[in-house]
Design a binder for this molecule. Structure first.
Ligand code: NG1
Ligand code: ZN
Length: 544
């Protein structure tokens, strides 16, 4: 039943005996040297998934915000979404099958899913700028061809670009053209439409500094820049010409360290943003006249976008159910603002965009963002149709029509398949232009509660089990009680811990009324994790 090349080819991508890896929060991710067999096998699995769904599947080779030495792989389902959980399970089984058991593991998937092996299979492959990505993406393509599938190599693309290609292909062009040029043209046309009615913007207002994290996002911003017709004037930093990927720069660094990246020239009051290593996350920030750093993270982005959409819905006179989806990492102030001031329904899910994406699909318009800047907006089919009819309706007044058209252009500028730094940047820039808002004004919509994120090394992070969208630890025994009694000692405090799905660490989050309290609480909770969950290395140290 299996074509003969599988055995021979898999021998060229052997698995180191005993190595066990899990399909984590966003696919497999570890040191690039351990990944050749994983890539080959994900090529095999993507081919099976394509046969099963009778559609094109995507495979992206990237480790996002991780260091340059790491790499990783994620599978993309037909509509551009993350692969479904059952298949994540198959991915883990295939990845961990010892060399001699690989064929049995493959046959197992084929039987369980009743896959017709005579079916055509198509796989789109993309990669980030890591030095290991070229040979690893070749290993994916070897896997595809070993099972008789066809692969299309998109080469260097951002993760969201590959998601977009897969969606375009499977909707037969309805979502756009499955080319990088098609992606740019869809986005910039929508951006130009959104901003064209905003007159008299100064060059300062049109200016944005972008930290490309020395990764793929920088390359793609360069490619796109010319199309923006000076409506957005970008100064690109960390473009990969000298610095190291994600090193002291990029969205994750800025968010976690709460400080500006190196390599970016910043003047007081100027808008800056950072992408992560595969350009699916974005955060904004600025320095005020006193030299103080202000971060506008995924929560602030979600608030800005939600406010904009809500106003447009009111102006257009349409009643659509809008909701916001966050994780436990969302700043408490943002949740309060969305629920109390904006009267938006807020849902909290587990970490990982697949969970947020799923929850956002419950609304007519679902705005989802992780605090780290990964997010997008989903419009239901019905919502899109209502908006389109309204935009074409000859019997409505100009204000309603204008709002409906803006909603249409918002739909087109956003990448609904997944969080997309470039698409989100264009939407944010358009909103700020339309509302005539400075970054300071945006920042002052609400004040973040001071917070701190830390990491603790433990022997086996799986000893921590969580419940209630990761807000409570149910094991090891005593840990949640310890956290509860620490939290009680601070005002407006909250803290939780969870095992990371992308790094071998336990993550600790704390927020409180002052930065000192947040830092102190995070440290004390780290100590509790270290003591109760098998900490390794030295005890966590107090932040200086
Ligand atoms: P882990 O390592 O599971 O915390 C991190 C991010 C996620 C998500 C993934 C994938 C935080 C706290 N966690 O996951 O939100 O973006 O990486 O890139 O930011
Ligand atoms: Zn990323």
């Amino acid at each position: 039943m299996l074509p003969p090349p599988v055995l021979k080819q898999s021998g060229l991508h052997p698995k180191p005996a005993g190595l066990v890896l899990q399909y984590g929060t966003a696919g497999f991710r570890t040191n690039a040297k351990k990944l050749d067999h994983i890539m080959f096998r994900m090529g095999l699995l993507a081919t099976l998934r394509s046969r099963k769904t009778k559609a094109t599947i995507g495979v992206m080779v990237t480790a996002s915000h991780n260091p340059e030495e790491d790499n990783g792989v994620k599978l993309i389902d037909p509509m551009g979404e993350m692969v479904t959980p059952t298949w994540e399970g198959y991915a883990t089984q295939l990845a961990n099958a010892e060399q001699e058991d690989l064929l049995t593991a493959l046959k197992d998937v084929i039987e369980k899913e009743a896959i017709d092996m005579s079916q055509e299979a198509d796989v789109f492959v993309g990669k980030d700028t890591r030095s290991s990505s070229a040979s690893l993406s070749q290993a994916v393509m070897d896997g595809v061809s070993a099972l008789g599938g066809h692969s299309k190599d998109y080469g260097l693309v951002t993760t969201p670009q590959l998601h977009y290609m897969v969606c375009c292909q499977n909707t037969k062009g309805k979502y756009g053209d499955a080319t990088v040029e098609g992606y740019y043209s869809k986005l910039y046309q929508a951006f130009i439409q959104l901003t064209k009615s905003v007159l008299n913007r100064t060059d300062d207002q049109k200016h944005l500094s972008v930290d490309g994290a020395n990764g793929i996002g920088a390359l793609k911003v360069r490619e796109m820049e010319a199309h923006l017709k000076k409506e957005l004037q970008i100064s690109l930093f960390n473009d990969g010409s000298k610095g190291k990927l994600n090193h002291q720069c990029g969205a994750d660094f800025v968010k976690v360290q709460q400080k500006p990246p190196t390599g970016v020239e910043m003047n007081p009051g100027e808008r800056c943003c950072s992408f992560d290593g595969d350009a699916d996350r974005i955060v904004y920030y600025f320095i005020d006249s006193e030299g103080q750093f202000h971060l506008l993270d995924g929560d602030k982005i979600a608030t800005l976008i939600s406010t904009f959409l809500k106003e447009l819905l009111t102006q257009a006179g349409v009643d659509l159910k809008m909701g916001a989806v966050q994780t436990a990492y969302a700043n408490g102030s943002s949740t309060r603002y969305l629920e109390d001031t904006m009267q938006v329904i807020v849902r909290c899910t587990k970490t990982g965009v697949k969970h947020l994406h799923h929850a956002a699909q419950e609304f007519d318009i679902g705005v989802y963002f992780e605090a780290n800047g990964h997010g997008t907006v989903l419009f239901s089919k019905a919502a899109e149709e209502i908006i389109q009819h309204l935009a074409e309706d000859a019997n409505i007044n100009d204000e309603r029509k204008r709002a409906a058209r803006m909603l249409q252009n918002t739909i087109n500028v956003i990448n609904q398949t997944v969080g997309d730094a470039i698409a989100d940047m264009l939407l944010i820039e358009a909103i700020l232009a339309i509302k005539g808002m400075t970054i300071q004004q945006w920042d002052s919509i609400y004040s973040d509660l001071p917070n701190r994120q830390l990491k603790v090394k433990v022997a086996d992070r799986r000893v921590i089990d969580t419940a209630d969208a990761e807000r409570r630890a149910v094991s090891p025994a005593g840990l949640q009680d310890a956290i509860d009694s620490l939290v009680k000692k601070y005002r407006k405090a909250r803290s939780f811990v969870r095992p990371s799905g992308t790094e071998d660490v336990v993550r600790v989050y704390a927020e409180a009324e002052t930065q000192e309290s947040a830092d102190d609480l995070a440290h004390k909770v780290s100590l509790a994790v270290y003591r109760l969950a098998g900490g390794v290395g030295g005890e966590p140290k107090q932040l200086l």
